[in-house]
Design a protein around this ligand. Structure first.
Ligand code: ZN
Length: 289
């Protein structure tokens, strides 16, 4: 078959099946160690990506804590999206470097909940996640970031980074309504009973806070509106950081599901084609699946 007739055949096929010939996006979830139930949440995180119809999903599980990590080398360059569900011992240096290069070269990343507790002594990781908590994080890692009096504040006061009060349901408020991830969402929506991370701090370079939640002092909060959904640009890479979704129950909240799915598509492609689901919550009641 000549090149031209082959081309014509391909065109005909594409028209005949009436869909674009786009390959699915490829995602990998990194897990294996965490102070959270990673074995419970990863299958859920995987299914939510698959449910979009956009992704095929692999899982790269590290050896357990205490075992030899030297062979843990996910092939980042094979993927459009890396979901971080890992909070454990250091990866091999080669893996660290490959991850940083993947992001800098334009890779997509989701920082999911306790992934922002990880690797507090890895400078590039801190820049990729924007802000984080625990692990000895303090003012040497960068400012506290919160919303106060109508704007984002970067506060360099000294103190430890990262904590949360007792779990409770909280309302999330969109601060960047024109971003592809938040476009079309209600300005205020209710999230289920979950941990509200507060006092996160870090380099916060190229960080955009998409949505916040009020950390009520009655729930051991700061009295500030704390970042819940964020994006970070690192080199050519796109990072979506969601602090919610402590466990399987929390991940069934539509507030988590839809923002995670939209964040995943944006991190992988820079766009969001998904519609806001009909069961997305309003300002008063959480919506569960
Ligand atoms: Zn948690």
């Amino acid at each position: 078959m000549s090149y031209r007739s082959l081309l014509a055949a391909i065109l005909l096929c594409t028209v005949a099946i009436g869909v674009s010939a786009a390959e699915p996006l490829k995602a990998v979830i990194l897990d294996g160690q965490n102070n959270h139930n990673w074995a419970g949440t990863t299958p859920h995180l995987k299914r939510l990506l698959e449910e979009t119809g956009l992704f095929t999903v692999d899982v790269a599980t590290s050896p357990p804590r205490g075992e030899d990590m030297s062979g843990y080398k996910p092939e980042f360059s094979n993927y459009d999206l890396v979901v971080l569900n890992y909070h454990g011992v250091a990866w091999p240096e080669e893996t660290n470097q490959a991850f940083v290069k993947y992001v800098a070269d334009g890779g997509g990343v989701i920082v999911y909940h306790a992934a922002d507790n990880a690797f507090s002594h890895w400078k590039e990781y801190d820049e990729i996640i924007g802000i984080g908590g625990w692990g000895g994080r303090d003012e040497t890692h960068g400012p506290y970031v919160y919303w106060k009096d109508g704007k984002i504040v970067r506060d360099m006061k000294p103190g430890s980074g990262g904590t949360h009060g007792p779990q409770h349901a909280f309302q999330i408020i969109v601060r960047e309504p024109d971003h592809p991830i938040t476009k079309g969402l209600p300005e205020k929506f209710m999230h289920t009973k979950d941990e509200l991370y507060i006092k996160l701090r870090g380099p916060a370079k190229n960080l955009t806070v998409l949505a916040t939640a009020y950390a009520d002092p009655a729930k051991k909060g700061t009295g500030y509106h704390e970042p819940v959904l964020m994006t970070i640009r690192y080199g050519k890479g796109r990072v979506f950081h969601t602090t919610i979704g402590h466990g399987g129950g929390q991940c069934r909240s539509v507030s988590f599901i839809a923002t995670y799915q939209r964040g995943a598509e944006w991190a992988a492609t820079g766009k969001v084609t998904q519609k806001v689901p009909d069961d997305f919550p309003g300002p008063d009641e959480p919506s569960m699946r």
